[in-house]
Ligand binder design. Sequence first.
Ligand SMILES: [Zn+2]
Length: 108
Amino acid sequence: MSLFQCSKCGCGEDTSLCHYWATRLREMAPICSACDPAVGKWHGEFPREPFALRYKREIECWLGQSIEIVGKLSRDQPDGLDKLNRSLDQPPVAERAKLLAHTGEAIE
Ligand SMILES: [Zn+2]
């Protein structure tokens, strides 16, 4: 979905659900389907809401979760990523033992 902000009402609109590109070709400010006299009504594909809110919802949709939750996790567990990186650098003990054993065999 390609969002833009309606130059008239400020809502978040999709470029494919209104006459966005026709407007751009005429070098006019893009407007949403509801503000466009040629359309005159909202398409109803998604709620008509302020651009910032619509944009936030789009990102949440891509992430598959709320931005608040992502923010909260990183605040609550600032070392969470560090721990993950460390565990990736160092395989579990059993794995390391196998690797060492393998290395030993290769040398002999
Ligand atoms: Zn509008």
